[in-house]
Design a protein around this ligand. Structure first.
Ligand SMILES: O=P(O)(O)OC[C@H]1O[C@H](O[C@H]2O[C@H](CO)[C@@H](O)[C@H](O)[C@H]2O)[C@H](O)[C@@H](O)[C@@H]1O
Length: 326
């Protein structure tokens, strides 16, 4: 039995607060400004991300790409805080939705997927897919491509059908990741595939060990700028990993010059140094992108307490005021 004057039992220790992942610090002043704008008013900000290499790890077989573990949960966690969220990809929109499991992710009711570099659009709200008619040059290229690849000698006469990705009849990608010497094969095919594309009114979009023959007239920069305008966003964060994302980076740089906050994130790899050079922030591939999305959500959900104002050096409260004269 305790004595009446005994000290009260100590309060039980509070549950440990899980350590919050820190939001990484952009390397550039423009990136810091953009991030500050996004965190101050996420409800006025938008986030757009590339798919392969950014939300999904790079794998040798393009049909086997999947969203990085945790990517869908991180998107679903961040999306409700934002004005809008988009995936902008070179893939057909429906393929990115399927491979990413984006239609099966609760919490993404307003996601937009802009496929084929912005030529296609899928809206989660309706499930509707808008796609232009296929360019007639694609069918012609499908017929000629096997001959061009045979003559290239890259696969020593045994090139495999798996090198070709047909992309829903709206583009054709030739992958060299599974060639004996992927980089050499890429360089070797560039000229003949460019000539083939030009003969049929198409362009070549180079990517990570892939040369894609696709219709001209749209790119990720055009797609991103139009979408940002549509949303009326005051700040935009764009994350990508490949050469096709440079156009989106340029669009963000232009938006910044016009007063919109912007953050350029590179999902880093050794394959595309050009993008890291232009980024405000380089993270460690899709794993780093997922960590960034979670850190942003965490910071928005648990904002730091307002900073204590610095003592005013002229009000005499900190002892540094000049002594009265005279
Ligand atoms: O805009 P993205 O979402 O990045 O799509 C660009 C191209 O990505 C895909 O290829 C890349 O990922 C493959 C799977 O990891 C990899 O095998 C390949 O080497 C990469 O280049 C996709 O297959 C292409 O159609 C996209 O255009």
């Amino acid at each position: 039995m305790g004595t009446p004057n005994a000290a009260p039992p100590p309060e039980p220790a509070p549950d440990p607060v899980p350590a919050s992942p820190a939001v990484p610090h952009p390397d550039t002043a423009a990136g810091q400004e953009g991030l500050t704008a996004l965190l101050a008013h996420p409800e006025r900000a938008v986030v757009a991300l590339d798919f392969d290499g950014t939300l999904a790890d790079i794998v040798p077989d393009p049909t086997k790409a999947r969203a990085h573990p945790g990517a869908r949960a991180a998107l679903a966690r961040l999306a409700p805080h934002l004005r809008a969220l988009a995936v902008i990809t070179g893939r057909p929109a429906g393929v990115a939705v399927r491979l990413g499991g984006l239609d099966a992710t609760p919490g993404l009711p307003h996601l937009v997927v802009l496929g084929h570099y912005g030529a296609e659009r899928w809206d989660a709200a309706t499930g509707a897919l808008h796609a232009p008619a296929p360019h007639p040059g694609i069918a012609a290229i499908q017929a000629e491509l096997p001959g061009v690849l045979d003559r290239s000698g890259v696969w020593h006469g045994t090139w495999v059908e798996t090198a070709i990705e047909r992309k829903g009849g709206r583009a054709i990608a030739v992958h060299t990741r599974r060639a004996a010497d992927p980089q050499r094969a890429f360089e070797h095919l560039r000229e003949p595939l460019t000539a083939l594309a030009e003969r049929h009114g198409l362009i070549v979009e180079p990517g990570r060990l892939v040369l894609e023959l696709r219709p001209p007239g749209v790119d990720k920069g055009v797609a991103l700028a139009e979408w940002v305008e549509e949303t009326g966003a005051a700040a935009v964060l764009y994350a990508g990993d490949d050469l096709g994302d440079l156009a989106a980076f340029a669009a963000v740089e232009k938006l910044r010059s016009e007063g919109t906050g912007g953050v350029l994130v590179c999902s880093g790899s050794s394959e595309v140094p050009e993008l890291a050079d232009r980024a405000d922030l380089v993270v460690d591939g899709p794993k780093g992108v997922v960590a960034l999305l979670n850190a942003l959500a965490d910071r928005i959900e648990h904002p730091p307490p307002p900073a204590t104002p610095e003592p005013d050096a002229t009000d005499g409260t900190d002892g540094t005021q000049e002594p009265p004269q005279g």
